[in-house]
Design a protein around this ligand. Structure first.
Ligand code: NAD
Length: 490
């Protein structure tokens, strides 16, 4: 095997194609991928329709049987090799991920680094214990073992596509499943083809991973496909509800990792400059297009005016522009539809009494780092996920009020509490209904080894990552073994 940087991340490889182990034409035609930073076409890729999905599932079902029967050491070796290959062409992959997603180069490179860790973690899974010996009657061996589910369907979004696809794809494959992956058609390389390339180059057998960019129609076909016992979905709460309903109808296991409206609570004894820097990162990183983005900044009343002033100053100094050609803090919003969503929420909130302290404007897809103060429950900026670079400031008087405001949201993904008193921050944190809690930090954090998931409208109670993975991508089988059939009273 001679894998070089030059042979990977080459757009001609996947131009107009889907991946089923080979690069093939799609029955659904093609779709153009636009670089959000400059509005120009990057390439076309295959656009899967329901028949493409059915074909992929049929092939994956056949390939899965042999893959599950492959020696665990060989399954592990595929992931070790894939991690090494991705490391070798990390620069090219990171740069293309950045351009396709409209992120900064640092964000693209970060995604690739995280992907390497995900592959390394997956390499460890096949060699871990996959069951337990249970107490039983004398003469009977009783074990519970964790078996692959079969074909896992993975549906992922546009914002952090490499990580959000691979966090399901890697562990699901590692324990012996096949995977049909449907990335968002706006980010097919980051959400799928980069993974297909490195795993294929590492020797993953053909058919075990299928990558089909496509829209809601393809996603729905995957959820309904009879040969797919589990769906791992990451995306909006609206789509998650539909998928959950459909999965319920077909009695499928489903993991739903959905939206968030995450509070960062800043107490009066906080270091203001550190708090402002943390808020800016939580609210503006990748233009706020992150499920864990700091969606509400809850600030104790006595420091609210000064904190707002300093945050507005910071926001004024965070330039937005094309990350591929200039040094910027913020890149473009993914597309016009998402931009309009942000504008609508800001405009409606201002009409309802919120005050623009910074930003609130855009040039093309570049929305400025924005600070809104006087945000209240009942305003769209308080109630809804913005998915844009908007810091919504709400002030509170005491700890009980802070908890009440944070728990007001139907979402329950992430929260942060910043205070010089860790005890006081912990006491508040204990009362917040979220899957992720950060004391003395902002809300955007994931280390790929932690179980990741939310409560309420942020998910259906499942977690992905770290210790949660075995439970997620396997099912239990109870097995008993006797030397001979026992005598029964009948
Ligand atoms: P989206 O729900 O519109 O799309 C996500 C994926 O689902 C895409 O691949 C899309 O094609 C597919 N899809 C859409 N409708 C579908 C349907 N009816 N059936 C099957 N598939 C369907 O999400 P988006 O707006 O592109 O992504 C942003 C959302 O994702 C935000 O709400 C964000 O908070 C959430 N998100 C959650 C997490 C998490 O881990 N909790 C991580 C990242 C993003």
């Amino acid at each position: 095997m001679n894998i070089t940087t030059a042979s990977l991340a080459h757009v001609d490889t996947w131009r107009g194609k889907l991946f089923n182990g080979d690069w093939i034409d799609a029955l659904g035609g093609t779709v153009e991928v636009i670089e959000p930073g400059n509005g120009l076409p990057l390439y076309t890729v295959g656009q899967a329709n329901a028949q493409d999905v059915a074909n992929a599932v049929a092939q994956a079902r056949v390939a899965q049987r042999a893959w599950a029967a492959t020696h665990p050491r060989e399954r592990a070796a595929v992931f070790h090799r894939a991690a090494a290959i991705l490391e070798q062409h990390a620069a090219a992959a990171g740069s293309l991920v950045a351009r396709e997603t409209g992120g900064t180069l640092a964000k693209g490179e970060h995604e690739v680094r995280e992907a390497i860790v995900l592959l390394q973690r997956a390499a460890a899974m096949p060699l871990q214990a996959c069951g337990q010996v249970l107490p039983s009657v004398p003469g009977r061996l009783s074990i519970a073992r964790q078996l692959p589910l079969g074909v896992v369907g993975v549906i992922s979004p546009f914002n952090f596509p490499v990580v959000l696809s691979l966090r399901s794809v890697a562990p699901a494959l590692a324990v012996g499943n096949a995977v049909v992956l449907k990335p968002d058609p706006r980010t097919p390389y980051a959400g799928g083809f980069v993974i297909a390339e490195v795993l294929a180059a590492a020797g993953l057998p053909k058919g075990v991973l299928q990558v089909l960019p496509g829209g809601a129609e393809a996603g729905q076909a995957l959820v309904e496909a009879p040969g797919v016992p589990m769906i791992a979905f990451t995306g909006s709460t609206g789509a998650g509800r539909k998928i959950g309903e459909l999965a319920g109808k077909h009695l499928k296991k489903v993991s739903l990792e959905l939206g968030g409206k995450n509070s960062l609570i800043v107490l009066e004894d906080a270091d203001l400059d550190l708090a402002v820097s943390a808020i800016a990162f939580g609210a503006y990183f990748h233009q706020g297009q992150i499920c864990m983005a700091t969606g509400l900044v809850l600030v104790q009343h006595s420091i609210a005016a000064e904190l707002t002033k300093r945050l507005a100053e910071k926001a004024h100094h965070l330039p937005a522009g094309d990350p591929a050609t200039s040094q910027v803090a913020l890149g473009p919003i993914i597309d016009k539809r998402q931009l309009q969503h942000i504008k609508d929420i800001v405009d409606a909130s201002v009409a309802a009494g919120a005050v623009v302290e910074a930003g609130g404007t855009h040039e093309g897809l570049f929305y400025a780092a924005t600070v809104l103060s006087n945000v209240q429950p009942g305003m769209r900026a308080f109630d809804e996920e913005v998915f844009g670079p908007v810091a919504n400031i709400v002030s509170f008087d005491n700890d009980d009020q802070a908890v009440e405001l944070a728990n007001h949201s139907e979402y329950g993904l992430a929260a942060g509490v910043i205070s010089a008193s860790v005890g006081r921050a912990m006491a508040i944190g204990e009362r917040l209904h979220t899957g992720l809690l950060h004391i003395n930090d902002q809300t955007v954090a994931d280390e790929v080894v932690n179980p990741f998931g939310g409560t309420g409208a942020s998910g259906n109670g499942t977690s992905v990552g770290g210790p949660a993975d075995w439970e997620q991508y396997t099912h239990w089988q109870w097995v008993t073994i006797r030397d001979a059939v026992p005598q029964y009273p009948y």
